[in-house]
Ligand binder design. Structure first.
Ligand SMILES: [Zn+2]
Length: 109
């Protein structure tokens, strides 16, 4: 007799997915102005005039780094860093490669 009570309890409970589940709203970023909240034609703060050329995006900004040259090649996508964007998330920030998926609801800082 082996009366060791082994706990052979199989977990059969399924993880239920809520029926109203929607995937995170995202966009694919390729270049400055691609984010819907970039607002690249917002008036200039000092003059109040509307720009004729797109400005730097409010959400995805230009990639600028003091120690990374704009001509250097990205490890992730093999494109030059000047083709990249930057999201200021309050921490160290987030590099955006062309073709990256990013949250559509970001509003910029
Ligand atoms: Zn990249």
């Amino acid at each position: 007799m082996n009366d060791v009570n082994q706990s052979n309890k199989f977990v059969t409970e399924e993880h239920k997915v809520p029926t109203n589940y929607e995937p995170e709203p995202t966009i694919v970023w390729w270049k400055n102005g691609d984010h819907p909240n970039d607002d690249v034609y917002r008036p200039f703060e000092d003059t109040g005039k509307k720009p004729t050329e797109p400005r730097e995006g409010k959400v995805v900004r230009y990639f600028r780094h003091p120690s990374i040259s704009g001509d250097s090649i990205c490890d992730n996508c093999q494109r030059i860093m000047n083709d990249h964007g930057w999201i200021d998330n309050g921490g160290e920030g987030q590099k955006v490669c062309p073709g990256d998926w990013i949250d559509k609801n970001l509003t910029g800082r």
